[in-house]
Design a protein. Sequence first.
Length: 240
Amino acid sequence: MRLTLICASRYFRRYIERELTHSHLRRTWNPINGWKDVVKKNWDYNEHRPWTSEFKQFNQQKPRKYVPVEPIKEWSIFKGDRVQILVGPDKGKHGLINCIIKERNWVFVEGLNCSYTMRQQSPTSMPVCIKDELPLLVTKQVALVDPSDNLPTKIEWRYTEDGKRVRVSTRTGRIIPLPSGFHELEDLANPLLYSSSDKDTLNNEVKKVTFVPKLCTFEEDISNEMGIKDDRKPAKTYWY
């Protein structure tokens, strides 16, 4: 089995699509074509992940007003970046990004841009204050912080002399290092933070070339491996 087929199958994305389909599947009957599965295609995204029960419950409600999302050709802000908030009561404050929702161009800054709500479980208990982080638009409401002067800046992608692609501040020319979240995959797993266990195959073992192509048939290969000498010549075969 070749690992390239498994890696190219994008199992996690197909898993998400399957979860969404099963939770919002509706069947209709057509006298000519029979039963047909009707799947919802326009999903309403929020701060919850598509495979969670909160997301499914959010999409089971009444249809909401369409919210246009500005397409981003290439993201330049990643999880773990230090940014400055440009709007709201926390304008001018710095914080680290702890969550990104690319379907809505949302980012969440740790401990900033929060809302506070008081909830009371029962009349006899004290109310509890719940703190929720609100999303910010990555295109207009946050900006990367230049490490040289701690001021917001715009960036552009460039290449170093070694051929490494980096982010460079357009104002000072300083290289802004990439956070660990840059290497995070679509299933939220980070290869740099993963520690291999006894049942994992090491990277060096996977890259070893163990297959040696031969011109002999399957039977001849088995005979050579078992030390069986066979001087018979196979009959000619023809394909029409």
